[in-house]
Design a protein around this ligand. Structure first.
Ligand code: ATP
Ligand code: MG
Length: 180
């Protein structure tokens, strides 16, 4: 499974439609402070269903919509589309290419899409469950998180490692089996 591209429009500093391609290999995004690097990582979190405005460095979810600048008026909608190559069947779905999209309008309307078909947030969350790239996963580590991981207690750090290694899921299953 591989991230192929992201299309961003009206999200944070991306006023105009911007497409970022991720070719084979490793991609680094560089730029001066405040140029929008973290906004790109946040756009991925957002389209995968992030519900916390605080995690996206805002106070309300509307804060993700481009709010205007000295020479550009604000936008009425934020939209992000993520395209993933799933030809190896890593994510359990019949699609070999997955396009996940989320839109938010200033009037409060909001929608999610899988391959251009409107769906529920739950469908996106379920699709990525156990894939390690969904909501709350450690596939995206923000600047603040690095410090938090270094400063965490050993037992908390252990659970982070277990989570990444995929052991955590089995521990939870064992716990629930012991309760039955
Ligand atoms: P650094 O190198 O300091 O980490 P960065 O490249 O990660 O910087 P970001 O934090 O992604 O930069 O971008 C911050 C910029 O995004 C700021 O200039 C901020 O004004 C702008 N921004 C954030 N939200 C919005 C919004 N809703 N509308 C317009 N601009 C926004
Ligand atoms: Mg940054």
């Amino acid at each position: 499974m591989q991230l192929k591209s992201i299309e961003i429009v009206g999200f944070k500093s991306f006023a105009e439609k911007t497409k970022i391609d991720f070719p084979d290999g490793m991609t680094g995004i560089v730029g001066p402070n405040g140029s929008g690097k973290s906004n790109i990582a946040e756009s991925i979190r957002w389209v995968l269903g992030e519900q916390s405005a605080k995690t996206l460095r805002g106070s309300k979810m509307f804060d993700v919509i481009f709010s205007g600048s000295a020479n550009r008026k604000s936008q009425s909608m934020a939209a992000v589309t993520l395209t993933l190559d799933n030809s190896d069947g890593y994510v359990k779905t019949p699609f070999s290419e997955i396009k996940v999209a989320r839109k938010l309008f200033r009037n409060g309307d909001s929608a999610y899409f899988i391959n251009e078909k409107e769906c529920r947030l739950k469908d996106i969350v379920n699709m990525f469950m156990d894939s390690g790239i969904g909501q709350g996963s450690l596939s995206i580590i923000s600047q603040g998180n690095v410090e938090a991981i270094f400063n965490s207690k050993p037992e908390d750090r252990r659970s982070i490692v277990e989570n990444v290694a995929g052991v955590y899921k089995y521990k939870q299953q064992k716990l629930s089996a012991q309760h039955e």
